[in-house]
Design a protein around this ligand. Structure first.
Ligand code: AMP
Ligand code: ZN
Length: 473
């Protein structure tokens, strides 16, 4: 498998440090609002990467953090008059429900920043002890980028014009403003009751130190893969490298991978521009998690992807072709089951697709070519089956084998197979419980059950005729 490493700007062979086991860190959501589908492009890309790593025979430990304390979460909590934990909980729960709708596999760990303050303090202390960090007059702690000569290596910055000693307090800033950044921000009145004690004074961590602390705790000082959207390269990932490598004296991450943005009319989909749709917005227009997953994954991860509803309609019709083909195969396969390895009984047109599918993904996750392999197979398969049926040949076993191949491809793609359309007993019981809660006017309980149903992939729509269950993916 070859991947493009942002650090070297080259396509490299992927060779995990531990041989067969991959350690991967993905920057997770800042839980101050519902994630938008631009954010989900990043998470779906990471899911494709994770699934393909497993498909290629490796095992994996993936960590995705939840940023539940930073400039934005504190601002949101204060504006809504809630304490930080109550405020972020809603968005944490919504995030996991949304991942389920998009059929994103669960990571092994989802650490929250507020549960790891002591680990952050320990790294900051180490940086102070080693002389990489200093305390400012207001009691904050800053990282001195002049002390770390490799600063700028990920974002490929020219540091010759560095303004020594300049400082930046915000979590997010532009490349032109590269400066000493905050590891710890001294408490100020805008922080309300969000405050922790550190040996150098009261305050709260900066955003970047969170990921250094949580990645090191779960993956060690050096690990294989670190991912995010391109907007994470600077300053977030650059600062993570500086903190982690200065503290440990070792290389932090071997491969960095970043996905390009989901754009709307040429501009990044983002909360600040207001040009965003949440997953819920799109679902409420009648699309499924499966349609959205397909679209988010449809372009190569390093190419920006323009979001339109027409593209979603096209996604739906492509998936319809997959469904028609699968239905045809199922019918023709009857009760046939391939004995042993299904690959030994594949027809030639499917073997060709099997090889191309893997070759394409091995080449820096070339999704367009791998999808072309799948759709060419469908086209060619339908044609060949027509011919064989005309001749009266028995196609049951090859069809059963191709079905198994589609299932195998779906370990990577996660949308070829249709989700269960029948609600199981757990779901039906939840619906009954919700009716009871509504009857008793216990709205909090009824909302809780609605969220639980969403997490299981079901939306409930109330109407005069009663509640209707709708599958979200
Ligand atoms: P945030 O919650 O802002 O920290 O973003 C979470 C993840 O979503 C990060 O990996 C970002 O790089 C990514 N992201 C944000 N906006 C977009 C977008 N329009 N397209 C793709 N990824 C994005
Ligand atoms: Zn991060």
């Amino acid at each position: 498998m070859r991947i493009f490493n942002t650090l070297t700007k080259e396509l490299e062979d992927f060779v995990p440090i531990d041989g067969a086991h991959v350690r991967m860190y993905t920057c997770g959501p800042t839980v101050y609002n519902f994630a938008h589908i631009g954010n989900f492009r990043a998470y779906v890309f990471e899911d494709l990467l994770r699934r393909y790593i497993k498909y290629s025979g490796y095992s994996i430990t993936q960590v995705m953090n939840l940023t539940d304390v930073d400039d934005k979460t504190i601002k949101g909590a204060i504006a809504s008059g809630m304490n930080l934990n109550d405020y972020t909980r809603t968005y944490k729960d919504a995030f996991f429900a949304d991942l389920k709708v998009l059929n994103v596999e669960q990571a092994e760990h989802y650490p929250a920043a507020t549960d790891h303050i002591p680990e952050m303090i320990a790294i900051i202390q180490k940086l102070l002890d080693k002389g990489y960090a200093y305390k400012s007059d207001d009691g904050s702690v800053y990282f001195s980028i002049a002390k770390f000569p490799a600063y700028g290596k990920l974002a490929h910055l020219d540091m010759s014009g560095l303004r020594a000693g300049a400082r930046v307090a915000q979590d997010e800033y532009e490349k032109e403003n590269a400066a000493d950044f905050a590891l710890w921000k001294a408490w100020d009145v805008n922080d309300g009751d969000v405050v922790w004690d550190a040996p150098w004074g009261k305050g709260r961590p900066g955003w970047h130190i969170e990921c250094s602390a949580m990645s090191t705790k779960y993956l060690g000082e050096t690990f294989d893969l670190h991912t995010g959207g391109v907007d994470n390269i600077f300053p977030h990932h650059e600062d993570e490298i500086a903190q982690s490598e200065a503290a440990s004296g070792r290389q932090f991450v071997k491969y960095w991978m970043h996905c390009a943005h989901l754009v709307v009319d040429g501009r990044k989909m983002s909360k600040s521009l207001g040009n965003f749709y949440t997953l819920r917005d799109v679902i409420s227009r009648g699309y499924t998690g499966r349609d959205i997953r397909y679209i988010l994954m449809s372009a190569h991860y390093r190419q920006s992807l323009n979001f339109t509803f027409e593209a979603l309609d096209a996604a739906r019709s492509s998936l319809g072709r997959v469904d028609d083909f699968s239905a045809r195969l199922r019918e023709l396969a009857g009760s046939a089951i391939p004995a042993g390895d299904f690959r030994t009984s594949l027809p030639r047109w499917a073997t060709v697709a099997d090889v191309s599918f893997r070759q394409a993904l091995d080449n820096d996750l070339n999704i367009s070519e791998s999808l072309a392999a799948v759709f060419d197979m469908i086209h060619e398969g339908n044609r060949m089956l027509d011919e064989q049926l005309k001749k009266g040949e028995d196609v049951a076993l090859p069809c059963a084998s191709v079905l198994a191949l589609l299932k195998d491809f779906d370990r990577v793609l996660g949308y070829l197979e249709k989700a269960e359309t029948q609600a199981g007993e757990e779901v039906l019981q939840l619906v009954r419980d919700r009716e009871a809660a509504r009857g008793a006017k216990n709205w909090a309980e009824s909302d809780r059950i609605r969220d639980r149903l969403a997490a299981l992939g079901w939306e409930i729509r109330d109407s005069k005729a009663g509640a209707k269950l709708v599958r979200m993916q």
